[in-house]
Design a protein around this ligand. Structure first.
Ligand SMILES: C[S@@+](CC[C@H](N)C(=O)[O-])C[C@H]1O[C@@H](n2cnc3c(N)ncnc32)[C@H](O)[C@@H]1O
Length: 323
């Protein structure tokens, strides 16, 4: 083991296959049908998401990175030195590089459900930051979880980083539950930096989820490939189409997969019927006003401490304080 490798610890709390099967069976047995967005992310899904972040229509990643670059030093002033920096849904660990340069934490703790991608990402990160202690955890944060216990006598403070507007994938009730879990795990007095997508021109939103290269469509359909592989399914993926639109009632973009014909597919031996034009609801991406976001986090026990945004107010990074 090299010196770099010793700095990476891996905690495997990856959910069991039975849990995926139960959620998929429940989701496809309800009306309207739905599937949890977390199942987009296997190795291929994570790679497709990385491609989405490079698309001209996908303003979210560009905006968030530009805010981080512009305000990194100011953001760092809100973070105690030598802290534990926990990233929720770390993906390729790209944005964190900007914070790691500015903050220099004692430990970086990325959490993600996509195991192989998480391992590859932290190995790549360790070559850039060879002295950084990394505790990578594969976990489903939508279920109850605990941060890995560190046998460290000086109890460093914990700072959370939850980028990508991933909180927007949760309906308000679920978002509050998740924020409460983060509050419990990090403790009173800790900070949570969150990236959130702001409400904007619907044409801009529509384009971001309906890109010309159809990468988002492949990403959406990947949930069916993932189910076929993990749960021995025989869904004909080509018999479904990507559909994404803004739902003004809920202030959210929605993604669905539409069945192109009347069909039956089998998953782990169980038959599911899809009618022609029937939708499977696969993702919500809530778009917030700063006001609506503040109300949401307040219920979970957080107070807004600082806000950074881009010139066009497309996206915001908000520092929350656990009270
Ligand atoms: C929208 S991507 C954001 C990736 C990266 N943080 C960024 O901002 O570009 C969401 C990330 O969260 C992870 N993820 C989604 N649902 C999750 C869950 N329930 N538990 C843990 N990780 C999850 C995905 O694997 C993916 O890496």
């Amino acid at each position: 083991m090299t010196a770099t490798k010793k700095k990476i610890q891996f905690h495997d709390l990856h959910p069991k296959l039975e849990s995926m099967r139960d959620e998929v069976f429940t989701g496809l047995s309800t009306h309207p049908k739905q599937l949890p967005a977390k199942y987009f992310y296997d190795q291929r899904g994570s790679a497709l998401f990385d491609k989405i972040t490079q698309l001209p229509e996908y303003y979210l990643t560009r905006c968030e990175i530009s805010i981080l670059q512009q305000y990194a030093d100011d953001i760092a002033r809100h973070i105690a030195p030598e802290s534990i920096l926990v990233e929720y849904g770390s993906g390729s660990s790209q944005k964190i590089k900007i914070l790691l340069e500015a903050v220099q934490p004692a430990i970086y703790m990325p959490l993600d459900i996509s195991k192989e991608h998480l391992l590859n990402s932290v190995n790549a990160l360790a070559t850039h930051f060879p002295d950084l202690a990394i505790h990578a955890t594969c976990v489903d944060y939508s279920k109850p979880w605990k941060l890995p216990t560190l046998h460290d006598s000086h109890k460093p403070s914990i700072v959370g980083f939850f980028p990508g507007s991933s909180i927007g994938n949760f309906e308000p009730r679920r978002a509050i539950e998740l924020l409460q879990r983060i509050h419990d795990a990090q403790g009173i007095g800790s900070n949570l930096l969150m990236g959130i997508d702001l409400l904007k021109d619907i044409k801009v939103l529509h384009a971001a989820y309906n890109d010309e290269q159809k990468i988002t469509a492949q990403f959406n359909l990947n949930i069916l490939h993932h189910i076929n592989r993990e749960l021995h399914g025989n869904i004909t993926v080509d018999y479904f189409s990507h559909c994404a639109f803004f739902n003004p009632k809920h202030s959210r973009m929605e993604m669905h997969l539409t069945s192109n014909l009347d069909q039956i597919a089998h998953i782990s031996g169980k038959a599911f019927h899809f009618r022609m034009n029937e939708n499977i609801h696969t993702e919500n991406s809530y778009k917030y006003s700063l006001n609506s976001f503040e109300q949401l986090v307040r219920i979970a026990g957080f107070k807004v401490d600082a806000i950074w945004s881009d010139d066009q107010q497309q996206f915001a990074i908000v520092n929350l304080h656990a009270v």
